[in-house]
Write a new protein. Structure first.
Ligand SMILES: [Zn+2]
Lengths: 107, 1003
């Protein structure tokens, strides 16, 4: 029962208000994509024990999709941010690096 | 024998006698008794049989950790199995029966398993599953099925009600012993909002039983005063009979309140599930005493020393008249002293430690109790009740025995903090060598959203063993929690308490230390699941090194008590067998709930009519008034058919189909999904969502479209109407509106966020009626208004206007093959419009039809249905829908995936029609047989039935199915397998059974 703050409406939402959408920042591979790229787009997902970037939808709230950066081990939430970006904001990455010096970084 | 003692029993109200029934016999007790204490007071020691060997079992404990004494409670609609008698408060009229025995508790046939024990070792189930199937089927299964299992499942609907309750607090304190009370006080005096919950009916925990003194007063007085103080604070909420069931992510916790279990006549919900959000949680959950592993430790009359003390002090029950105490620590001496002071016999205290010279042992000696140092119990004697013990040297193999007669054995293997709640959400443990237990590591707590710990422990739950330490620890926990929740704690310190100096305990995992194998085979670890020392050692020998594997192989700790007694002893034995220290073996995972909670509490009010929302169309009440047979479609209820007179459903459906084909049918199509897609990029967006081209659709026209997911599989279909240059109306399947709307939002918000498109789900804004059949136009023309002629409103066209005075949007589309108008009116006018159609349509034979007629008519036309012809593995190409897949578009969702080799494989099963040779109806889902067998020895298949009906139009069975190379095999007869093993031949035919040229819809 996580609590995540929706960056659009500002509500601290219980997990029951949210819909999980899996790994964030996937690249859509479609027309002309190689089999390998298609496979990775459709099926390969990160499953880190640690820092992870996820998609969530405030489905029983404002209806907006957003992104969350959190630790799958400690449940620490580093931040939530717009879904309309292809990579996490630089200041968020910096904040996570400060908290987790051993983190390999966002790739 | 067990009996009540006069003038004892601090929980009893002797002025309130209570009558209850156990196994049909009427017995007496008092208000304040538990079922367990009342049974003991009536000398009922034998309370059940063990799970596997059906050995006689009595009480072991006095609280939530009790493994044996589970009973069936109540009768009929109030029946509930597996209720723990130690946590069941007695009330007048209570009925209980013992379980897991046949034919009676005293004479149980399953006990043969006991004599066959050497054939039922650890891993019995694993091993037998590997035997040939025939042995399992004819030999093991009948025996196991008859003898395994605890209570019986209830047969009637639960008559009680249950509820959920949401609670938000700064600090949640779990446990109402002295630690919980002090922690709550320390937290609350800062002004923080505090919720304090206690699983039993009583406050103060063990301290009053153990004779603690706090602030110069007996603990009982301090508890009463503190409770009054807390009750007087506005920021404090207190609930007894409420267990902390689980701790979850980010400060979420579940409380399980048993409101009327002790007073069933109260007009209130039986259980209440507290859904708690706390900034900080303090677990003041105390500790559980461990059993000792000696031969015969499961014989009724062998009990935890603390439980013997509880029954005496709290409930005024002497478990035995002559009690031998066996221990490895000083605390058990309190039991011996209490028994002696109550005038009961304690012939000896058997202490495994070689030298005993502490305060408590010397008090016992001063009372004339013999203390036998360095001794062990070699064996308990007795069958359904202890009759004596053989004692021997602890540091030996069980030889040179000496018998002591007794009718009760009070055992203590030391204490383990209750770490469950701490561990549920990731709190880590340390092994504490001198107490031989795992205790929470305060440096590795469960962490919350801010990365900081949100659970603290207080008192014995932290590993603090003595009263002053307990209070100090609890006070500190309360202050820390308040501070972490944003409050400033007061400077006051904890109350002073009298210390008791106890000597160190000595870890004793097997008694005696060098016990022979025959003794180990009688040493129980898990009483309920019948797991013995020898089983764990066997598992280790067979290579089970991980504690999680050993648990599953032996079933240690997997019973309804979840190993509260057996856990540490079991993993100590495993560690010893593996030759490694206990912390290296580690513990199994602690999972919520702490003790079982009722299914009713989990469901709360979500049952019956309010299990889930019911969606009604504007015409819903009409359907009900007509006596329609309703079927669930998502959260909607739709009329399946409208039986008239004595019609069967099949007769009603046939009438509705024939009437629609010959006269006119009216269908409530309001559930059909309606989504508006609007904006300059709307066409571009729909070109990505649908497999065919939507941007080229002209305003005023409709087009059927298919939607696939990115794997290429067909997920929804429907007709799209272009309203104007920027606006489209997308119809979805009835069950699909919400998820297709969400699907559109997802792509617009997360992939194409720069496209100028809005989507809105307007499904419930409109009522929709399909007016279908050769007389459809006559009816609309009679009602008057807009021009619905063939020329003005052509097939696959739509127009706005009025019909009979109603504002209407009319689409000329057909899912039945007949002349058909789908007419949407504002939802508020839906019922009036529906009534008007019926009134004006009577002369043309207008009649409502239901979903089954709809399905049959579409199948007669070979139209696919999402969920019938598709199952998440079917692509449009399988269904012969190539015409609806654009070749011009560079991209659409699923296009690239449909180019994968498996998707273009010519051997994919393809849609065909199927006709049995005798006109019978093929069973739904039947498979078409092929030659040969697959690698698993199963018959090869070459197709399956996806839709199958009796066609009233053709007066025969018709079916759609997917068949290997089907479209190339027209006229071929293939065999479909039936459940009884026979087959039925069916001919492969064109999927369009009726009006192949489509003339009827185009008139
Ligand atoms: Zn929101």
């Amino acid at each position: 029962m996580l609590i995540l703050t929706c960056p659009y409406c500002g509500v601290s939402a219980e997990e029951t208000e949210l819909h999980a959408g899996g790994e964030a920042h996937l690249t859509r591979h479609a027309t002309g994509a190689s089999d390998d790229d298609l496979q990775s787009y459709l099926f390969y997902r990160k499953n880190p024990k640690g820092v992870h970037f996820e998609r969530w939808r405030h489905s029983n709230g404002c209806g907006k999709w957003f992104h969350a950066a959190r630790c799958t081990m400690t449940l620490e939430v580093f931040g939530t941010y717009s879904a309309q970006t292809t990579q996490p904001p630089a200041d968020l990455i910096k904040k996570i690096k400060q908290k987790r010096p051993d983190w390999e970084g966002w790739t | 024998m067990s009996a009540r003692i006069q003038n004892m029993g601090r929980f009893l109200n002797k002025n309130a006698p209570v009558t209850f029934t156990f196994n049909g016999q009427s017995l007496g007790g008092y208000r304040g008794d538990t079922l367990a204490s009342a049974l003991l007071a009536n000398d009922r020691m034998l309370l059940g049989r063990s799970f596997k060997y059906h050995r006689p079992r009595g009480l072991v404990a006095s609280g939530a950790e009790e493994p044996n004494a589970l009973v069936n409670m109540g009768q009929g609609a109030g029946f509930e199995p597996n209720q723990r008698s130690t946590t069941t408060e007695l009330f007048d009229g209570l009925t209980a029966t013992s379980q897991n025995h046949w034919p009676s508790l005293n004479f149980d046939v399953g006990v043969v398993n006991n004599y066959a024990a050497r054939f039922l070792p650890a891993g019995f189930y694993y091993k037998t599953f590997m035997f040939p199937r025939v042995a399992w089927k004819h030999l093991f299964e009948p025996v196991v099925r008859h003898s395994a299992g605890l209570g019986k499942p209830p047969k009637e609907r639960d008559a009680d009600r249950y509820e959920h309750f949401y609670f938000f607090t700064d600090v949640l304190v779990v446990g109402g012993g002295i630690a919980g009370l002090q922690a709550a006080l320390a937290a609350a005096s800062s002004g923080a909002k505090v919720l304090l919950i206690e699983q039993t009916a009583h406050w103060g925990g063990r301290a009053p039983v153990d004779g603690a003194e706090i602030g110069g007063k007996p603990a009982e007085d301090w508890v009463a005063e503190t409770l009054v103080t807390l009750q007087g604070m506005e920021n404090v909420t207190i609930r007894n009979r409420t267990m902390g069931a689980g701790v979850y992510d980010h400060g979420y916790a579940l409380g399980y309140e048993r409101i009327t279990d002790h007073a069933p006549d109260t007009d209130a919900p039986r259980h209440r599930l507290w859904r708690i959000r706390a900034k900080q949680i303090i677990t003041a959950t105390g500790a559980i005493e461990r059993s000792l592993s000696f031969a015969g430790n499961d014989i009724p009359g062998v009990m935890l020393a603390s439980a013997v003390r509880d029954y005496l002090v709290n409930w005024g029950v002497a478990v035995g008249q002559r009690t031998v105490v066996v221990t490895n620590n000083d605390d058990a001496y309190r039991t011996a002293i209490a028994l002696k002071q109550a005038g009961l016999e304690v012939p000896a205290i058997i202490d495994a430690r070689p030298l005993v010279d502490g305060n408590l042992p010397n008090q016992a000696r001063a009372l004339g109790i013999e203390v036998r140092e360095g001794r062990a119990i070699a064996k308990v004697k007795g069958g359904k009740r202890v009759t004596g013990v053989d004692i021997c040297l602890q540091d030996g193999d069980g030889g040179a025995r000496e018998e002591i007669k007794c009718d009760c054995v009070a055992m203590s293997g030391g204490w383990s903090p209750v770490v469950h709640l701490w561990s549920h959400c990731g709190g880590k443990l340390n092994w504490v060598e001198d107490q031989a237990h795992f205790a929470p590591d305060p440096n590795r707590p469960p962490t919350g959203a801010d990365g900081q710990g949100f659970v603290l422990t207080a008192g014995i739950a932290s590993g603090a063993m003595d009263t002053p330490e307990v209070l100090k620890d609890a006070h500190a926990a309360g202050k820390s929690a308040a501070k972490a929740a944003g409050y400033t704690p007061k400077r006051a310190g904890p109350p002073k308490a009298r210390p008791t100096d106890e000597a160190l305990m000595a870890p004793v995992w097997i008694m005696p230390a060098k016990a022979t194998p025959d003794l180990k085979a009688k040493m129980w670890l898990d009483f309920q699941n019948d797991v013995k020392v020898s089983d764990v050692q066997l598992a280790a020998r067979e290579g089970y090194e991980s504690v999680e594997h050993t648990k599953r192989y032996t079933t240690l700790g997997m019973a309804t008590d979840q190993g509260k007694l057996s856990n540490i002893n079991g993993l100590a034995v495993l560690s010893d067998a593996l030759g490694q220290p206990i912390p290296q073996t580690g513990t199994t995972t602690f999972r919520p709930p702490y003790t079982p909670i009722s299914m009713g509490a989990i469901a709360g009010e979500a049952r019956g009519d309010i299990f889930q929302p019911l969606r009604r169309t504007p015409m819903h009440d009409w359907h009900v008034e007509q006596g329609a047979y309703m079927e669930p479609v998502g959260q909607w209820r739709r009329p399946y058919c409208y039986p008239r007179g004595g019609e069967t459903h099949a007769q009603a459906v046939a009438r509705e189909v024939n009437n629609t084909r010959n006269n006119i049918g009216l269908l409530d199509a309001s559930t059909l999904g309606k989504i508006i897609v609007k904006g300059p990029d709307a066409g571009r967006f729909l070109d990505m969502l649908y497999t065919n081209m939507m941007s080229s659709l002209k305003p005023g026209r409709c087009r059927y479209g298919l939607m696939c997911n990115e794997n290429g599989f067909l997920m929804d279909d429907g007709v799209v109407a272009r309203i104007d240059g920027d606006t489209f109306l997308c119809h979805t399947t009835s069950g699909g509106a919400e998820h297709i709307h969400a699907w559109m939002e997802e792509w617009l918000q997360t992939e194409w966020w720069d496209w100028k498109v809005y989507v809105a789900n307007v499904t419930e804004q409109f009522a929709q009626v399909a007016v279908v059949g050769p007389n459809a136009r006559k009816l609309l023309e009679k009602l008057g208004g807009m021009d619905v002629s063939k020329e003005a409103l052509t097939f696959m066209g739509w127009a706005d206007g009025t019909i009979g005075g109603f504002d209407a949007r009319v689409c000329r589309i057909s899912f039945s093959g007949e002349l058909s108008y789908e007419i949407a009116v504002p939802a508020s006018q839906g019922r009036a419009f529906w009534d008007a159609l019926h009134a004006a349509g009577a002369e043309f034979g207008a009649m409502a039809y239901g979903t089954e007629a709809l399905h049959i008519m579409r199948a007669e036309k070979g139209f696919i249905m999402i969920g019938d012809e598709t199952d998440g593995t079917v692509i449009p190409q399988d269904l012969g829908l190539h015409w609806a897949i654009s070749k011009k578009k560079e991209d659409f969702l699923g296009k690239r995936a449909q180019q994968r080799s498996h998707m273009t494989d010519p051997n994919r099963w393809k849609l065909v029609g199927l006709e049995t040779l005798d006109g019978s109806v093929l069973p739904d889902g039947a498979y078409a047989l092929a030659e040969g067998e697959n690698a698993n020895g199963q018959r090869n298949m070459q197709g399956r039935v996806t839709s199958t009906y009796h066609s009233p139009t053709l007066e025969r069975g018709i079916a759609l199915g997917l068949v290997l190379h089907g479209p190339d095999r027209m006229g071929e007869v293939i065999e479909f397998g039936l459940i009884d093993g026979t087959t039925v031949p069916a001919k492969i035919v064109d999927p369009v059974f009726y009006d192949k040229e489509g003339e009827k819809q185009n008139v």
